[in-house]
Write a protein that binds this ligand. Sequence first.
Ligand code: AMP
Length: 398
Amino acid sequence: MPGFKTIDDVAVAGKRVILRADLNVPMRDGKVGDMTRVERLAPTIRELAEKGAKVVVISHFDRPKGKVVPSMSLGPLAPALSKVLGGKRVAFAEDCVGGKAQAAVAGLKNGEVALLENLRFHAEEEANDQGFAKELASLGDLYVNDAFSCAHRAHASTAAIAKLLPSAAGRLMQEELEALGKALEKPARPVMAVVGGAKISTKLDLLGNLVAKVDKLVIGGGMANTFLNAQGVNVGKSLCEKDLADTARKILDTAKRKNCQVILPVDAVVAPEFKEGSPSRAVDINSVPADQMILDIGPKSIAALDAAIDGCKTLVWNGPLGAFEVKPFDAGTTAVARHVAQRSQEKQLLSVAGGGDTVAALRHAGVGEKFSYVSTAGGAFLEWLEGKELPGVKALAS
Ligand code: AMP
């Protein structure tokens, strides 16, 4: 990951600072349904305001596809921001460029905050349009990007604008880049990756990158079935991508060449149906009945994973180890997540997790706060795990 400037490296007092945030939050009945992203943005805004900046917050919301869609207005986010800033006034401009935006910015005194309307009401935003980026840039003296979760997109507000103004990472972006850097760029070894989820077809790039970087690769969830099947194990009625057996074998060969130990389940919890109350039991991985499906890892696999984790210093995690939304198939993910959390709390392990389902699974296990770092970025976190260069991060390179 390239080096980048932070708020510590730029003088913001009296300056108009354009702050790219990710305020694409879940809404319910016109109100913010989950304040996590808003709360996590607050420290950067507060710090910039306290240092005397005029803070101009920009963000996209949903997918209006270049048109003004009133239900996708960022308007409701102004009171939400005000709330997390302890009641501080947050002005709102009904457009992110042009006269309305200029007037809102011109009305700011040092230490004040304005939020501009949804960037994606203009098609030029997603087109990474240079002219649109110039219009945005004309509203500020400095650009601060705090939206790691949007960094996999080369859009005008994440990529082009960074070349037009002096740029720096906000605290949230900085925290994320530092945590991810410690986990895969220069990790304390041994490093383990835990990859679960439904299918390998969606995670081929990710697996390919990880086998070259980590010392141990744990494969769980539905995707483990594809690897087991490729090795001749009968997986019964389980979710399994049989047409990807060759691909799975190639990944295993590469892992061997790169000295990456692949850890697959040695036992499984099986049931006739993916349904709450379906009679389930643990069986050896070589004894999966033909009329049953694997829905979780079994107790022997949990114990083996816990022991392997104890030998590691760093761990990255994406994807549940079983069909965790339905009990009792959450048990494997919950048990292993709790073990990782405990080792992290004891400072024996640096753990980083991310991805939508993963965050939900960790919350379900009651350990959402107990990993070293949990990324709320979905797509950007996955592309980072795939080893891809993120345009929004590259644009900040100093
Ligand atoms: P992903 O989006 O690829 O991370 O996949 C997450 C989904 O994988 C969750 O909805 C889980 O229920 C599902 N999953 C995990 N393990 C299994 C399994 N053994 N069989 C079927 N689905 C599974």
